[in-house]
Write a protein that binds this ligand. Structure first.
Ligand code: SIN
Ligand code: CO
Length: 384
């Protein structure tokens, strides 16, 4: 993705291949000094500002003398919410703060569609959200301050709810017990219990992933069928006469299953899946007034540069192995032809886009897509 931030994060020794082979989805690992010369791209005041916004998912978890409470955002009265040992947690910061984007670059060996969001938390000394288990992979990047993290092995743990909005477990045996400081990273796979205790006021950046379960996949299928796409009905024109009507014929059950298998294997469902995989819940800020294709063509010819809006992570499928040739952005599909491939790849990479990016001049179809992306607020003008 485009780096418009002045901050740079140097990762010298991380071996992504080794990490995938040994740890990803298998076991946790502490990556000491993952980022050298770490500088926080945001501070607690910025976080507090975000937590006041209506559309941003934020909460404060606090513990006063052993009593837990949770205040769901938008947070209006910090002095009331932030009592005792408290943590302010803000989801989806990558969608609102361009300066956090470089934190995600070292993890780009995992495809865009698996990444969910960047959550940022600020915790005061003594605070933490308690021992808990997440369903998703997470890289916990330590910013300023110091925390002690304990991580345990997967197992049967008793869930407790010390507050209706706080899911914890009643303890675990640590297999990792480590003190982290700015630039250190801990990878925690889904299902591994963990708990952070704050030793010095701390910022923690959680790079969180997503993995759809069958219900979510079935929801994508149901949404497509609900739009009337490929919603075929069961037929049985070669039915043989049956002696006992209560008897269920295994061939009928197989035919019903096959009906569903066929729709799952259809190109329509491939598209529905790609749309769902590209869905990021990016808030839409449509351009007002709308820009015309002619204006975009003129600006492009004049050497103006464009970039994806904050947090936009496009997907691209290049027409191989039954996949369509299309760009997907936040649930929308943009088909392209072979001659435009290079231009669409620039969009897919999220790089700075201008007339010098490719040798061939852009086609009308490409400029049309760029116009739509600008009008939807998914791409914008690069401010020099
Ligand atoms: C935190 O930032 O304190 C919580 C992160 C986590 O455990 O997932
Ligand atoms: Co967690």
């Amino acid at each position: 993705m485009t780096n418009n931030s002045t901050a740079s994060y140097v990762v010298e020794t991380f071996d992504a291949e080794l990490f995938l082979k040994e740890y990803w989805q298998q076991k946790p690992v502490v990556l000491k000094n993952f980022f050298s010369q770490f500088e926080d791209p945001i501070d607690e005041n910025d976080l507090a500002g975000l937590a006041q916004e209506e559309d941003i998912d934020a909460r404060v978890v606090s513990n006063v003398n052993g009593r837990w409470s949770v205040t769901q955002g938008p947070i209006k009265r910090f002095e009331k919410a932030c009592k005792g040992c408290w943590t302010l947690l803000v989801q989806g910061v990558d969608k609102y703060v361009p300066d956090v984007a470089p934190l995600l670059y070292p993890f780009d060996f995992i495809p865009n569609w698996r990444l969910d969001d960047l959550m940022v938390s600020f915790a005061v000394r003594g605070a933490g959200v308690g021992a808990h288990i997440d369903q998703y992979d997470v890289f916990l990047i330590q910013g300023k301050g110091k925390r002690r993290w304990r991580v345990g092995a997967p197992g049967e743990y008793v869930e407790v709810f010390p507050h209706e909005k706080l899911r914890q477990i009643d303890g675990f045996q640590a297999v990792i017990d480590v003190e982290v400081e700015a630039g250190d990273v801990i990878y925690v796979p889904p299902g591994w219990p963990h708990e952070g205790q704050t030793l010095e006021d701390s910022l923690t950046y959680s790079v969180g992933y997503r993995a759809p379960d069958n219900l979510q996949l079935a929801e994508s299928l149901a949404m497509m069928l609900d739009r009337g796409i490929n919603n075929v009905r069961y037929t049985d024109p070669s039915r043989a006469s049956q002696a006992f009507p209560a008897h269920v014929n295994h061939l009928d059950v197989s035919a019903l299953k096959q009906q569903l298998i066929d729709v799952v294997n259809s190109d329509d469902f491939t598209l529905a899946l790609l749309e769902a995989m590209s869905e990021q819940g990016i808030p839409e800020y449509p351009l007002e007034p709308e820009i015309t294709l002619e204006q975009v063509a003129n600006e492009f010819a004049a050497g103006i540069s464009f970039i994806p809006a904050t947090g936009v992570r496009p997907l691209i499928s290049c027409g191989e192995s039954g996949l369509p040739q299309a760009l997907f952005v936040n649930g929308s599909q943009f088909n392209f032809q072979d001659e435009d491939r290079e231009w669409f790849e620039v969009l897919g990479k999220g790089s700075i886009l201008n007339a010098t990016c490719c040798e061939e001049a852009p086609s009308f179809a490409f400029l049309e897509t760029l116009t739509t992306l600008l009008n939807n607020g998914y791409w914008e003008w690069l401010e020099e």
